[in-house]
Design a protein around this ligand. Sequence first.
Ligand code: LMR
Length: 398
Amino acid sequence: MFEVLPQLAPDPILGLSAAYKQDSNPSKIDLGVGVYKDEQGNTPILSAVAKAQQVLLERETSKTYITPQGVQGFIDGMLQLILGAQSPVLLADRVAAVQAPGGCGSLRILSELLTRVNADTKVWVSDPTWANHIPLIGNAGLTIETYPYFDKASASIRFDAMMECLRQVKKGDVVLLHGCCHNPTGADLTKAQWQEVMNVAKEREFLPFVDIAYQGFGDSLEDDAYGVRLLCENLPEVIIAASCSKNFGLYRERVGLAAIVCADSNTRKIAQGQIQSVARGIYSMPPSYGGALVDIILSDDALKQEWVNEVDEMRVRMRTLRELLVNKLAEYGAQKDFSFVNDQKGMFSFLCITPEQVQKMRNEHSVYFVDSSRVNVAGISLANVDTLAKAMVKVINA
Ligand code: LMR
C-alpha cells in the first residue's frame, strides 16, 4: 500500500551526513549537522556525563515506568537553569513542565497543545529558521507564517522589518523566537532588541514560543537565558522548548524540556494535565536515561561546576575557530569580507554565500554544509582550516 506515497528527497540537514560518508576524498570536511566536535573530529561524552552515568549505574534499581511528567529532579533543575533559581514565575507556581524526547519532542508536544487550544492558531517563525521547525510545528496542524529576520546581503538582523511585522501579529497568534544562538544564522537579538520584542508581545498579546537549544554556547549559560527570562518575567504566558542535546552532549539520548508559563497557578494545573495527555497520546512518557543524567549533574555542586566548565570550553573553542576561519579567509585573499562571522554566536555561522557556491564547495571541494550557507563551526579544526579557507576563496573569487 505504501507505493502510493512519493519517494522523498533526503532531509536537508541529516542527508548531508550520508552524502559525506559516501565521499571518498580524504580531505573531505563535514560542517553539516549541528553536533559538537573536538579537534580530532570526535564527539566525546562530556566528563560530567560520564561520571553521572557511573552514579546512575549504581543508583538505578528498576526499569519500571517513570512518572508521566518525567524525572522531577530533571524538570526542576532545567527550569532553574533556564529561568533562574529565583525566577518569579517559578516562585509563583506558574510553570507546567514535562521532560520530552529532545528539543524536537518538546516543540512537537507544545505545538499539539496549541492545536488543542485553537486549531487555527498561526505560528510566526523567523525567515530563515531551522528547517525542522516547519514539519514539527506544521504537522501538528498549525499554520506557519514568517517574519523577516536576517538579511544575507548585509549579514545582519532585519530588526526594523521584524518589528514592523510583529506589530501586525494578532492576539492569540504565536511567535517562535530562538532563545540564543539562532539556527541557522548565528545572529542573536541584543538585550535592547529583546526588550522591544517583549514590549510588542505585551502590546499585541501574542504568545512567545521560545526554542532554546544552545544555552551556554553563545555568551554564557546565564547570558544566553536573558531573552527567555525577560519574557517570562514580564508576560502572562510564554511557552519554552529546551534541548539538552548540545550543551550536555546528550544527542542520542533525546532529552529536552517542554515548559508552559501560565497566567496563574490554577491554569498551571490545567496546562500540566493537558501537556501530559498530549504526550500520552503520542509516546506515552519520555525515556528516563538522559533526564536522569542531567538530574544527577545539576543536583551535585561539583559535577555541575565540571559541566559548566565543559560548556565554557566548547563555547570558547567555537569562538576561536570562527576567528581562525575569518583570518585565514583574509590571508588567502577572499574578495568578500567575512568579519561578520566573528559577531555570530553559537554553533552555527551563516556564510552568506549563494546556494550555487555551497554546491561548488560540496561537489568540487568535498566540503559539506547546508544549502542556506550554514556551517557547523565545531567541524572546523586546526587540521582542516587551511583546506577549507583555500576552497572557499577559490569558490568565492571565481
Ligand atoms: C541541526 O540543526 O543541525 C541539529 O539541530 C540537528 C538536526 O536535527 O537538524
